[in-house]
Design a binder for this molecule. Structure first.
Ligand code: SF4
Length: 413
């Protein structure tokens, strides 16, 4: 069995793929809000992950033309790997895919970082450092199950900025009792050129959901828009629903993702998008950790995340992504084949997250279906409701529409 679903998809478009996401599934502990598929480190698990990751990278390199512009190393907690392990991982990516020419991002958990380790990550080739701050209030951090203090985060941000790499920090809101304005002010005061602001959502199956926590939609929207106003006043340009940057500091990888550019997903549960030789687009999610490792026999490992019980240590699943219609499962992974209106909907859903919007001409060319022809009535209604604007061939969500983006996008699907 192949680890990468790409090998099952048939010939790909020969245009080189320029973006890749690599997923490291390990964390020191599991945050109670987290819906990502992650595992705590156990004896032998990281070694086996690295060996299997190299096998998948080899399969991908064999199956695709790749000339990377951007790489995003996420998780999980990539910086939970020891320095020698991260060095091996970056050497594997370089050998199999080539190191990206423009941008290499690594997600940093403050509790795993020291100034010396940060310098080492930059020496390894990472030129964009994304720090998971979440809040600068120790009480909120504790409630979120984070294992670092605000002081730890501030020290690490200083260390990141001192390297000269583009530094970003993540905030999460709203938590009960969180002073959103104070958190945003602390973020701005650090001097980072990029901030991501995420709504705390209670995903089914997470400890927060099991404990009955809820976040009202209105509270989340109020917090996010409050943060947006403060960041704008401080000179950060909002370029995507969750992302704000000073000039020159936008994340190239995220922009490629939201423009639905082909992007490899490598590692357990990683997602990717590729274009097949016949123009069909395929979104795929790799099998989760237990099944991803299954070609060499299942590994018993503590896995967290919704549905974890069903997959931890599971054997190889069956299935062929080319069988059974547009969406199918293969070995626990999933492939969604998109053409026509399905592809058009996907391109609109992604592009509307970008503040600059989405070019309808490009959507029509890529999807073979022109939204102005097949969704003309819906576009007019959304425009008259003040949710979108159409300027020439450019469609963008208004500030109000961006707060109701799921509804806007589903009207156009
Ligand atoms: S939020 Fe981040 S650090 Fe916490 S469990 Fe999820 S991936 Fe790991």
């Amino acid at each position: 069995m192949k680890r990468s679903l790409l090998a099952s998809l048939g010939p790909l478009d020969p245009t080189p793929i320029r973006h890749a996401y690599v997923h490291v599934p390990f964390c020191a502990s599991i945050c109670p809000f987290c819906s990502f598929h992650v595992a705590v480190r156990e004896r032998g698990a990281v070694e086996r992950f690295l060996v299997d990751l190299d096998a998948e990278l080899a399969e991908v390199a064999e199956h695709c033309e790749v000339e990377l512009d951007t790489l995003y190393l996420g998780g999980g907690t990539p910086t939970f790997l020891r320095s020698d392990e991260l060095e091996r991982l970056t050497a594997m990516v370089t050998a199999r895919l080539g190191w990206p020419k423009l941008e290499a991002t690594i997600e940093i958990h403050p509790s795993t970082a020291t100034a010396e380790r940060v310098r080492r990550w930059v020496e390894l080739g990472f030129n964009r450092l994304s720090v998971g701050a979440q809040s600068f209030d120790d009480g909120i951090l504790e409630a979120l199950g984070r294992t670092h203090s605000a002081a730890d985060t501030l020290d690490i941000i200083d260390a990141c900025l001192a390297t000269g790499a583009v530094t970003s920090l993540d905030l999460m809101m709203p938590s009960p009792g969180q002073d959103v304005a104070a958190d945003v002010a602390r973020a701005i005061a650090t001097g980072v050129p990029h901030v991501s602001v995420y709504a705390l959502t209670i995903e089914p199956g997470t400890p927060f959901a099991i404990a009955g926590r809820v976040v009202a939609d209105g509270d989340a929207a109020e917090a996010i828009e409050g943060a947006a106003g403060l960041l704008a006043a401080a000179g950060y340009e909002r370029y995507e629903v969750s992302n704000y940057a000073r000039p020159g500091a936008r994340c190239l990888h995220d922009q490629a993702y939201w423009n639905a550019r082909p992007c490899l997903g490598v590692g357990p549960s990683a997602s990717g998008l590729v274009r097949l030789g016949d123009g069909t687009h395929a979104r795929y999610s790799n099998p989760r950790l237990g099944e991803w490792m299954a070609p060499r026999g299942p590994l018993s490992i503590a896995v967290a995340g919704p549905g974890a019980d069903a997959v931890a240590g599971a054997g190889a699943g069956g299935g062929d992504p080319d069988d059974g219609g547009d969406a199918s499962e293969a070995g626990g992974g999933e492939v969604d084949l998109m053409t026509g209106e399905a592809l058009m909907g996907d391109l609109l859903l992604c592009g509307l997250r970008l503040v600059e919007g989405v070019d309808l001409e490009t959507v029509a060319e890529r999807g073979g279906v022109d939204p102005r022809l097949v969704r003309g009535g819906e576009l007019k209604r959304l425009e008259s409701d003040g949710l979108v604007e159409v300027r020439g061939s450019l469609l963008r969500a208004t500030d109000h529409g961006r707060m109701l983006l799921d509804g806007v996008a589903s009207a156009l699907m």
